[in-house]
Ligand binder design. Structure first.
Ligand SMILES: [Mg+2]
Length: 412
C-alpha cells in the first residue's frame, strides 16, 4: 500500500466536491465543510477504572481509599489511589496485598450493577447522537459528524474562527483555524467535554475521551492523558500516534492470533507492517484481513460506528467451583436461572431461544465447550409477558420503551 492512499482516506483533509450533502450557504461555510467521507468526527469515551467507580458510588466510604475489585483471585480493576501504591490491573490478590497491605477489596463477581450503569452511560451518550457503539462495559464510540455539522452551520463565520479546543491536543500540535478538519475536530472536542460533564453530573462517573477522524485513532488517542481528561488528534499527527505504539499487538483490531502470525513473518512494529509486501500478506492472511490490518497500520479505518441498541442476548455463568455434587450443581443452576429471568423480565422483550453451555475443566488448560439450545416454550413467554406487565413498566428505561414499543401495550 502506498502511504499516499492512506493519507487521502484517513489521515488528512480531503478535497470537497461542490454540492455534497452538508453544503452550507455562504462562501466561508462552503470552505469549511469537506466531503463527508473524509470528515468524520468520532469520539471514543472510556470510563476510568469502571468497576471501582461503580463501587465507590454505591459506597462513598470507599472514596479516597486504595480499592481493588476482585474476581476469583485477581484484581480485575483498581482505583487510582491503589495504582499509585503499585497495584495493577489483573494482578493476583496475594501480590496486590503485598504491594499495598491497606488495599480494600470488594467482590466484583456479580456484574449486575456494572451492567446497569454501563447501559445508563450508553443511554446518556445517545442523547447527544443516536450513533453510539458499545465496546465492552466501559467504552463507547460516538459518531459526532452530524452534530458537528449542525453546530458549525449555526455559527457565524467570525464565531467559527473563535472555536477553541477543549482538553489536550495530541503532540501539542498548534491549531490552524483556517483548516476545515481542525475546526471540525475542535467542535467535536467541545461536544466530548459536554458528554463527560453530563456523565459526571448525572451519573457521578469520570472518563477519558479521544476525538479523531475514525474509530481506531479515537481509541488510540483517548488513552494519552488519563484519568478524567480528553485529547483531540489533528490529522497531521496521525502518523506520530500510530508509530508511538511499541508493538503491532497494541494496535486495536489486531488480535492475539493475528499478531502471532505477523511475528512469524517478521512483522513486529507498525512500520514493519506498513512496508511489508501486500501480496505476501494477502497470501498469508487472506485478502480481507491483510488489507484491513495494513490500512490500520497507516491509521486508516473506515469502519462505521454501528449503533449497538439493546443487548441481543443475556447470559449468566459460574465456574461451579464450590459445587461437589449434582444437587449443589442443580441449586446453582436454579440461582443462575432466577437471575437470568429477572433480567429478561426487566428488559421487557420476549426471548426466543435458550442455550445452556458447559465448559469442562481440564488441568491441561484445554477447555472444551459444548452447548445445547431450544426455543423458549410459548407458555413461558406468555408468563414472562404477564410478569413484565405487572412489575417492569416502572423500571423499564425510556430507551427500552422507545425502541421496543412497549409503552402502548402496557398502558392498555
Ligand atoms: Mg476504561
Amino acid at each position: 500500500m502506498e502511504l499516499a492512499d492512506a493519507e487521502a482516506a484517513g489521515c488528512s483533509q480531503g478535497a470537497r466536491a461542490p454540492g455534497e450533502p452538508g453544503d452550507l450557504p455562504g462562501s466561508v461555510h462552503n470552505q469549511l465543510v469537506p466531503t463527508r467521507s473524509s470528515s468524520r468526527v468520532i469520539v471514543h469515551v472510556d470510563l476510568d477504572c469502571f468497576y471501582a467507580q461503580v463501587e465507590m458510588i454505591s459506597n462513598p466510604e470507599l472514596k479516597g481509599k486504595p480499592l481493588g475489585v476482585q474476581q476469583k483471585n485477581l484484581v480485575v480493576t483498581c482505583n487510582y489511589e491503589a495504582r499509585e501504591l503499585g497495584v495493577k490491573k489483573l494482578m493476583n490478590i496475594r501480590n496486590a496485598k503485598e504491594k499495598c497491605p491497606q488495599l480494600v477489596l470488594v467482590n466484583g463477581e456479580d456484574l449486575t450493577r456494572y451492567r446497569e450503569m454501563s447501559y445508563k452511560v450508553t443511554e446518556l451518550l445517545e442523547e447527544f447522537s443516536p450513533i453510539v457503539e458499545r465496546l465492552g462495559f466501559d467504552e463507547n464510540f460516538v459518531d459526532l459528524t452530524e452534530m458537528v455539522e449542525k453546530r458549525l452551520q449555526q455559527l457565524q463565520s467570525d464565531e467559527i474562527s473563535a472555536v477553541a479546543v477543549s482538553g489536550h491536543v495530541y503532540n501539542n500540535q498548534s491549531v490552524n483555524l483556517h483548516d476545515v478538519m481542525h475546526i471540525r475536530l475542535l467542535a467535536g472536542s467541545q461536544i466530548a467535554a459536554e458528554m463527560r460533564e453530563a456523565m459526571y453530573n448525572r451519573l457521578g462517573l469520570t472518563g477519558c475521551a479521544g476525538v479523531a477522524s475514525n474509530k481506531l485513532l479515537a481509541k488510540l488517542v483517548s488513552g494519552i492523558f488519563k484519568p478524567n481528561q480528553q485529547t483531540v488528534l489533528l490529522p497531521e499527527s496521525c502518523q506520530d500516534l500510530i508509530h508511538s505504539l511499541n508493538h503491532i499487538k497494541e494496535m486495536p483490531g489486531i488480535g492475539y492470533k493475528t499478531a502471532k502470525r505477523l511475528e512469524v513473518l517478521g512483522i513486529n512494529s507498525v512500520h514493519d507492517l506498513q512496508i511489508f509486501s501486500s501480496k505476501i500478506l494477502e497470501k498469508e492472511l487472506g485478502i480481507l484481513v491483510a488489507q484491513r490490518i495494513q490500512k490500520l497500520s497507516f491509521g486508516e479505518d473506515n469502519s462505521p460506528v454501528t449503533p449497538s441498541g439493546p443487548p441481543q442476548s443475556f447470559s449468566e455463568e459460574d465456574s461451579f467451583k464450590k459445587c461437589s455434587s449434582e444437587v449443589e450443581a442443580k441449586k446453582k443452576i436454579e440461582e443462575l436461572l432466577a437471575s437470568l429471568l429477572n433480567r429478561v423480565c426487566q428488559d421487557g422483550r420476549k426471548p426466543h431461544t435458550i442455550r445452556l453451555a458447559i465448559r469442562r475443566y481440564s488441568s491441561e488448560k484445554h477447555y472444551s465447550r459444548e452447548s445445547r439450545q431450544c426455543p423458549v416454550p410459548s407458555h413461558v413467554i406468555q408468563k414472562l409477558g404477564t410478569e413484565n406487565e405487572r412489575h417492569s413498566y416502572g423500571r423499564c428505561s425510556q430507551r427500552q420503551r422507545n425502541k421496543l414499543g412497549f409503552s402502548t401495550k402496557w398502558k392498555n
